[in-house]
Design a binder for this molecule. Structure first.
Ligand code: FES
Length: 179
């Protein structure tokens, strides 16, 4: 069951976001509105600092016309949805077979050490976080990680250094629909 989070989230369903939600809902019959839940959650999360509070999930349920539990169970199943504030730049390292055999653990240790945090622990400035995830379907490019909507492949320590520098310099677009 969902736990309330101590940190309050400002819910801001802007007219533009509401238009987008209605567009997504319009792709499905009136009695199948729940089918739009996944894409709606992606857009709502992107518009809310990349996480979904219980209150925000309740709002999504209200808009779609489904029960809150139907939103909770989807959000808690997929690792791409976050139930707490996370680092702005979330390095999601694949820890499955190909990436594991090609040294992803060393890269995760290196990244955590460089950032001064443990896995699942945002940096104090909220800029970075590291976590391990299951296979991201890019096994031929191991070791790899996901950063926002992008994949970073054939990773090395030097590439990690450069990615961190690019993030700090504001050169990394996290989302495909970023301006
Ligand atoms: S094993 Fe890493 S992407 Fe598949």
């Amino acid at each position: 069951m969902k736990q309330s989070h101590d940190i309050q989230q400002t819910i801001n369903i802007t007219p533009a976001l509401m238009d987008r939600i209605n567009e997504l809902l319009g792709h499905y019959p009136a009695d199948k509105r729940k089918s739009a839940l996944l894409p709606i959650l992606h857009d709502v999360q992107d518009a809310h600092d990349n996480w979904l509070s219980v209150e925000l999930m309740d709002k999504v349920a209200e808009i779609i016309g489904i029960k809150p539990i139907e939103v909770y169970e989807v959000v808690s199943f997929y690792t791409m949805f976050n139930q707490r504030p996370i680092g702005k730049y979330m390095f999601e390292f694949c820890q499955t077979s190909c990436c594991a055999t090609r040294g992803v653990e060393d890269l995760m240790d290196y990244t955590c050490s460089k950032l001064g945090v443990g896995v699942g622990q945002p940096t104090p400035d909220g800029m970075f976080e590291v976590r391990g995830v299951e296979c991201l379907g890019a096994c031929g490019y191991a070791p790899m990680m996901q950063l926002g909507d992008t994949y970073r492949e054939h990773l090395t320590k030097e590439k990690i250094d450069q990615i961190i520098e690019d993030c700090k310099a504001g050169k990394v677009n996290l989302y495909y629909n970023a301006e």
